[in-house]
Ligand binder design. Structure first.
Ligand code: GLN
Length: 481
């Protein structure tokens, strides 16, 4: 890896905040350090769309003044972070890596950013993604492809590929991402960092460019589970700006290691069949054995409808995103095709020029499955199978406390390897989409390497069991040290 691979350059976020609050370091120096690393490293990796120098420096200065005046600047005082470029950050450009939003200045900001800033964290940059979060490699970004920190010829994963690469390259201690079908976990797995997708509704979606509203989740990428716990603790919980948000089950999401004895972990059998790289299976099986040796009871578990999950996902998600993207019509948001003589022509030209191929493909699929005559055959049927999948997971969780499997069937693939065939690309999502369709929390934790490329272990828990899932992940992380 390029930047200081042999040693961490950031302390944990709690230590950093303590140092800033106690005056042993300053917010300004942490911001300068992050900006410097981005400046040195990003030329090779293209993880970042925009850096927020001015805004970040101003925020750092006001935090440092507050501390000099004897105030406590919060649990993340002065800690730099990076946001995927589909998060609205007040006054900053938010493009979602799409030409149609290029130049759009956020008139308000996402709840997650708001809550982090209230605790003193400082957003230093916006990270690359597949345009509008459609994809699993950042190759669908309308701007550029993010390179894998472990191998420049390979993808960083996606759609939060910029966030994952930025954290792996230590540009900042943590990054925000969104996960609609695997977009936090898969790039985390490809880049060798921890990536957390919470229970649906645990973190407000307000101020994040909508993809598919029933599966969109906001989460965190970092180098340790401890850092993820703190960030999740700050950003989660009800928000009046998002009617789907839920109360947390416990006051805090921060917890210690989990005692594995008496814990039952189900190994999802469907994730070890055809199409899964045998080297990936082996690394993941070895990780599962570690959990077993340390007291967990490992049992095989079957979720038969998992085999249909990808088909269900690629009906429901395009249906929802085709509806969400209707608002990008050239009348209210950024790009508007010039020279149109009628409203219809303006819609037509704006959307034809503004959307990339993948967005158009998904809008067409979505519109088709929702159209009269096809609605029942596709959309209703997909929703029926989704319910079946939810029921199967619910039943399985009566038998086990957690589930486990790989994150992705392969390690990071070569840039260009899957771009010619959309179905081949979609197949990469086979092990991540179920957690989104069911609304359960899931995490990718680094568990080994194949030819120097990282492999992630996926751990899953029932809805709202976020605290115990993070605790399990922390325990596994300790076992791997
Ligand atoms: N790779 C998946 C897709 O293309 C997931 C995207 C996401 O989670 N935003 O839809």
């Amino acid at each position: 890896m390029a930047y200081a691979a042999d040693k961490p350059v950031w302390d944990s976020v709690s230590v950093l905040a303590e140092q800033v609050n106690s005056g042993s370091t300053t917010a300004a120096s942490l911001v300068e350090k992050a900006l410097q690393i981005i400046h040195e490293v990003d030329v090779n990796y293209s993880a970042i769309i925009t850096t927020l120098q001015k805004r970040a420096r101003e925020r750092a200065a006001s935090i440092d003044i507050a501390i000099q005046n004897g105030q406590n600047a919060g649990r993340l005082a002065g800690v730099p972070f990076i946001a995927k470029d589909n998060f609205l950050v007040f006054g900053a450009e938010t493009t979602a890596a799409s030409n149609i939003l290029k130049g759009f200045t956020a008139p308000y900001q996402s709840t997650a950013i708001e809550r982090l800033e209230a605790e003193g964290a400082i957003c230093v940059a916006k990270a690359n993604l597949d345009a509008l979060a459609h994809g699993g490699s950042t190759e669908n970004s309308d701007f550029f492809v993010t390179k894998n920190p472990h191998d420049l010829t390979r993808v960083a994963g996606g759609s939060s590929g910029g966030s994952a690469a930025a954290v792996a390259l230590q540009m900042a201690p943590f990054a925000l991402g969104s996960d609609t079908g695997g977009s936090i976990r898969q790039p985390a797995s490809f880049c060798g960092v921890v990536g957390y997708k919470p229970t649906y509704g645990l973190v407000s979606r307000s101020g994040v460019v909508a993809m598919a509203s029933s599966t969109d989740t906001i989460g965190v990428l970092a180098t340790s589970v401890d850092d993820i716990m703190i960030v999740m603790d700050i950003i989660s919980g009800p928000d009046e700006l998002d009617g789907t948000t839920i109360e947390r089950l416990s006051d805090s999401l921060i917890s210690d290691n989990l005692d594995l004895s008496g814990k039952k972990i189900g190994v999802i059998q469907e994730y070890f069949g055809n199409g899964v790289d045998s080297a990936v299976s082996k690394v993941v099986q070895a990780a599962i054995s570690k959990l077993e040796k340390n007291g967990a009871e490992i049992v095989p578990i079957n979720i038969p409808s998992i085999e249909l999950a990808l088909a269900v996902y690629y009906i429901i998600v395009p249906a929802e995103l085709s509806s969400n993207l209707a608002r990008l019509d050239g009348q209210r948001y950024q790009y508007s095709a010039p020279g149109s003589s009628t409203l219809n022509e303006s819609y037509d030209q704006t959307r034809s020029n503004g959307f990339g191929d993948e967005a158009k493909r998904r809008i067409m699929i979505g519109t088709h499955v929702l159209s009269s005559g096809y609605y029942d055959a596709y959309y209703t049927k997909a929703q029926t199978v989704r319910t079946k999948l939810i029921n199967e997971f619910t039943k399985a969780f009566e038998e086990v406390d957690f589930m486990v499997g790989p994150v992705s069937p392969t390690t990071a693939f070569k840039i260009g390897e899957n771009t010619e065939d959309p179905v081949k690309m979609y197949l990469q999502d086979i092990m991540t989409v179920s957690a989104n369709l069911v609304g359960i929390p899931a995490i990718s934790v680094p568990c080994g390497h194949i030819d120097n490329l990282p492999v992630g272990l996926q751990l899953l828990a029932p809805q709202r069991a976020d605290k115990s899932l993070l605790s399990l992940a922390k325990t596994f992380e300790r076992l791997s040290e």
